[in-house]
Design a protein around this ligand. Sequence first.
Ligand code: AMP
Ligand code: FE
Ligand code: FE
Ligand code: ZN
Length: 313
Amino acid sequence: MGLAFSASRPRSCLLPSSFCFPEMFADLHLHSTFSDGTYSPEEVVGHALRRGFSALALTDHDTVEGCARAAAVCRPAGIEFITGAELTAEQGGHEIHILGYFLDPAHSRLLTELAKFQAVRTNRIREMVDRLNALGIPLKAESVFALANCHSPGRPHVARALVQEGFCGELDEAFDRFLKRGRPAWVSKFKISAQEAIGLIHDAGGLAVMAHPGLNHTDEVIPDLVAAGMDGIECFHTKHSTSMSEHYLEIADQHRLLVTGGSDCHGTSKGRPLIGTIKLPYTHVEQMKTRVAERAAARGFLLAGDAGPPSTS
Ligand code: AMP
Ligand code: FE
Ligand code: FE
Ligand code: ZN
């Protein structure tokens, strides 16, 4: 497949990828039942293992709760686990998703902020259900929460409840008729600014990466995100065409951004699971780890009151 091929030939690696890290690849964008995925963290890892992944990141929406369970099963399976989350943010009036990687899952401000985003999500579900009720659809918020069974509910859970209770034939119909932006049950979501999202991720020791830029059609915000300290860009994504991936690889080169990629697999909610569609060469994970280590070292020096890391010259 074209995209998988281009994802296995990173520009940033001068040697053929098989030379750098033979047969090693990662999926850095995966959802579980802790947000709107249908696989448990253990199931996500099981699928990654069967497809030969060496590393993966769980990137549930607004939560890191599934990460401890995923890490626990990755360890004996010999898969490297990266703690992640996908935050919803706003830049220049556009909704953008920012992925955080190598987050400290016990970081107190991160957990406080995530709890706030989750409360916003819960209230939003109630508002969407109120709108559906006003349209004559007697769905109960409690049914959506029971189905979601997580702290980070979203529109896919409302869509699944609508299908399960027979109000819609399929998920796409639920989105098209009610839940898409501008449809009658759509409720806008409070979003932090991209700058705040990047700052929060950095505070929690992580790297901030723009998710699926090709789906946003908002390239004009990229320089602002870079100025805000964004570390990387998700060049490889299931919904990116080969030319889109190439375009974002050029942008990554131009702004010296890390290159990431992932399937954005949500399990079986929309037919075949997407895990396996993107195989990011492990060399990119190495580059991310180097960046995280450099950042941690610089912070260590700052905390120690030092002027900065010693000069290498
Ligand atoms: P939310 O965060 O509540 O606004 O929901 C956004 C999520 O809905 C995305 O991450 C996707 O997982 C999902 N989504 C968006 N559009 C669709 C669609 N047409 N069918 C199924 N899922 C969708
Ligand atoms: Fe999602
Ligand atoms: Fe997203
Ligand atoms: Zn996602």
